[in-house]
Design a protein around this ligand. Structure first.
Ligand SMILES: Nc1ncnc2c1ncn2[C@@H]1O[C@H](COP(=O)(O)OP(=O)(O)OP(=O)(O)O)[C@@H](O)[C@H]1O
Ligand SMILES: [Mg+2]
Length: 477
């Protein structure tokens, strides 16, 4: 346990609040207040884990509510943050939960899902760790299929080359050599060929798990899902795995066998331990649409009652409770909750007071300006212009945008947001795809090489008719 905690601390080690903000800046334009808050929250967890034993458990995370209109980067900030922290992260819509006793998912399921994500993450890291060893074992298995070792040899290690046999080439005489020696020499030759990648196209027969197409859906009794158990899983383990033989190329067999070998090499028990620990101390839950479960204060019953019920169900989880998952108990005390919502109709003060108290930090996100849009089009590492250039690059076309063109797109985005509806930076996606539609359709049939320069005139040509016609832009942009 101590080891895994150390591992966690090291991972977050080198990011100070300002470094976190700088890293977020690579992807998100503006929204400085929000970036600052999440950076502090993230660093605080590192601070907690490095604080004295006695006080560590007392320090609670500073849950955050991000408030702002649609498409201004709320989800994006949370997602990038989780990536930075390499923390288990889950985004859930608050609206998908219903109160205990109603039909629908109970709120605890998000912690189970988060745990599942944590397990997946840790196992992936472990798989990466054993990769060289697993690949070696895969080669030996392929070798065994190509040139099966003689039965007697089987008992001895078949892994790795046998130096006694390969080094004394001079003394080797095929006519007096034993079958075993011959076999091992042939294997050694093929081992070399395999390593050099000379046999990748050759086909071999391997066992693959039969696709479970005909398994039946089993419905467990009510309450099973709450336990995080699954009858199907349980029965699946009891029934023998069916396999069938398939002919595949060696290069494909490698991938398939790698999964199997890696699976054997990783220590599943400690994966679970590390994952549980990681979920508990670094997990991040992003609760989207929190405003939609804030009932207006009318006491008329109906949907409001159910929404408030969901809020009540959320309380213990946000506050800190223990959730049973199929991997073990998960304490939620130190999981960071970031809630977000537009709060157009409801206000944060429409949430039940107890829940408001559990989200002490409120950050207002700014509406995006035309200047922001221009930045968003150009600056982020994953900017739309870069994405489209990469797509067309794959067809051998170089795509370039002039500054004017991007200014124009930013302006149109801001205009349409103002005149039709404000959907924030998502507007850039719709506009960009309209601007480029014709080009994307022409490549590679009509245009198969060269550089395409998108300038202002081109943008106008593609968009003017639509922009000036409000009815049309409502549908298209
Ligand atoms: N400030 C920003 N900088 C860079 N890209 C942004 C910014 N805001 C939004 N985007 C881009 O716009 C898209 C939508 O953003 P995001 O999903 O974060 O919206 P949101 O604020 O969560 O909206 P909603 O309330 O509808 O969920 C994303 O593709 C994101 O990359
Ligand atoms: Mg969102």
């Amino acid at each position: 346990m101590a080891d895994s905690t150390k591992l966690l601390a090291n991972e977050l080690d080198n990011l100070t609040p300002q470094q976190i903000v700088a890293a977020l800046d690579e992807f998100i334009i503006g929204q400085n207040a929000a970036k600052k808050s999440v950076a502090i929250a993230l660093r605080n967890r590192w601070r907690r884990m490095n604080a004295g034993e006695g006080i560590r458990d007392e320090i609670l995370p500073n849950n955050i509510i991000l408030i702002g209109p649609t498409g201004v980067g709320k989800t994006e900030i949370a997602r990038r943050l989780a990536k930075l922290a390499r923390a288990p992260f889950i985004k859930v819509e608050a609206t998908k939960f219903t109160e205990v006793g109603y039909v629908g998912r109970d709120v605890e399921s998000m912690i189970r899902d988060l745990t599942e994500i944590g397990i997946g993450m840790v196992k992936q890291e472990m798989r990466d760790n054993v990769k060289p060893r697993a690949e070696e074992m895969v080669e030996e298995r392929i070798l065994d299929i190509l040139i099966p070792p003689l039965p007697k040899k089987r008992k001895k290690s078949v892994y790795g080359s046998n130096p006694a046999l390969s080094s004394n080439d001079a003394g080797f005489n095929p006519s007096t050599a034993s079958d075993e020696e011959l076999n091992e020499r042939t294997r050694e030759k093929f081992r070399q060929k395999l390593k050099n990648g000379e046999l990748e196209e050759r086909e071999i027969e391997i066992d693959v798990k039969a696709s479970s197409g005909q398994t039946m859906q089993i419905f467990g009794p009510q309450g099973m899902e709450e336990m995080g158990m699954n009858l199907q899983d349980m029965l699946g383990n009891l029934m023998p795995q069916k396999t069938k033989k398939r002919k595949v190329k060696i290069k494909d067999a490698r991938q398939h066998l790698f999964q199997e070998e890696a699976e054997k090499l990783i220590d599943h028990e400690s994966a679970v331990q590390i994952a549980l620990e990681r979920v508990q101390s670094t997990g991040i839950v992003f609760l989207d649409e929190i405003d939609k479960i804030a009932g207006s204060s009318s006491k008329s019953g109906g949907p409001d009652v159910s929404r408030q019920g969901v809020q009540r169900d959320l309380l213990p989880i946000v506050e800190g409770s223990t959730v049973t998952t199929k991997y073990g108990m998960v304490k939620t005390d130190h999981i960071l909750f970031v809630a977000s919502g537009a709060f157009n109709v409801a206000k944060p003060s429409d949430l039940i007071p107890e829940l408001q108290g559990r989200f002490p930090i409120r950050v207002e996100m700014d509406s995006l300006t035309e200047e922001n849009f221009y930045q968003i089009l150009t600056a982020p590492k994953n900017a739309l212009t870069i994405q489209y250039a990469a797509m067309l690059g794959s067809e051998g076309i170089t795509l370039k945008f002039t500054k004017d063109a991007l200014r124009e797109i930013a302006k149109i985005a801001a205009d349409v947001n103002r005149d039709v509806e404000n959907i924030g930076a998502r507007r850039l996606h719709t506009i960009m795809s309209t601007v480029l539609e014709e080009l994307l359709y022409s490549v590679p049939d009509d245009i198969s090489e060269g550089t395409i320069n998108i300038d202002r005139a081109y943008v106008s040509k593609q968009l003017d008719q639509i922009v000036t016609n409000k009815d049309l832009s409502q549908f298209i942009l």
